[in-house]
Design a protein. Structure first.
Length: 249
């Protein structure tokens, strides 16, 4: 098998060529003898390189040192870029962990958000029904007293009827509110699904445990969690308005 010797880097720089004919000659692979010949040829080529005319060791050392400095500079630049990438990844993981901490399926916070939105729908629906019932009663009473009032006041009854119709029209907000809240709930579910996918890409929830623990420590002493607003119907052990009224009896 023919083996061509690879030129040294310094040989390529200085344009030196080994004049030894046995290096470029085909070499038969005879096992250890072949490997021994290769080693000896490389040693001989190094000797020829150092002894070649125009091969200044100082110049060679200078060029090698310059190349090393350039390579070290490139390595330092690469390290800085890798550090920036690492920092960006760490910040991204922190943000994902913070989102997951708020929207995790294992976290009661998400369930409470859904219940709060449901309470908004129920509350607006109940208030709308009460408004519509009262408006219908007003309209019926106006129609009842219509024959009993003087003709000069019939315009007032007509105005009452028109205002009742305006109330009916305005109460359409309840249906629109329910639709919009449903869109919000669906959006939250979509965001949560994407967060879970990103967590899976980063190695699963196990890789976020340390970050989640740090977030939990940062939240200690925060009074925001105590401000839940009005109690939900499904909650137990809460203070009701009746309990507050009983304090003043």
């Amino acid at each position: 098998m023919s083996v061509a010797r690879k030129a040294f880097r310094a040989e390529a720089q200085f344009g030196l060529r080994n004049a030894r004919t046995e290096i470029s000659a085909p070499i038969q692979d005879n096992g250890e003898e072949h490997r021994h010949r290769l080693v000896m040829e490389e040693i001989a080529s190094l000797k020829d390189l150092l002894a070649a005319p125009g091969a200044d060791p100082a110049e060679l050392s200078k060029r090698v040192a310059e190349e090393l400095r350039e390579e070290i500079g490139e390595a330092a630049k690469l390290k800085r870029e890798l550090d920036e990438i690492y920092e960006a990844i760490a910040n991204t993981k922190n943000e994902i962990a913070a989102l997951h901490d708020k929207s995790s399926v294992d976290n009661d916070e998400r369930g409470r958000v859904t219940l709060e939105l449901g309470a908004i729908v129920s509350g607006t629906e109940g208030a709308t029904d009460q408004i519509l019932t009262a408006a219908e009663m007003i309209d019926q009473n106006a129609a009842t007293v219509m024959p009993m009032i003087p003709s000069e006041h019939e315009g007032l009854v007509s105005d009452i009827h028109e205002q009742v119709v305006s109330i009916f029209e305005a109460c359409n907000f309840q249906d629109l509110t329910g639709q919009r809240i449903s869109k919000v709930v669906n959006t939250l579910a979509f965001i949560e699904e994407r967060i879970i996918r990103m967590i899976d890409i980063w190695g699963g929830i196990e890789s976020f445990k340390e970050i989640s623990a740090n977030l939990a420590a940062d939240k200690e002493g925060d009074d925001a969690d105590l401000l839940h607003g009005p109690a939900l119907d499904v909650e137990t052990g809460t203070v009701t308005q009746d309990d507050i009224d009983a304090l003043f009896d």
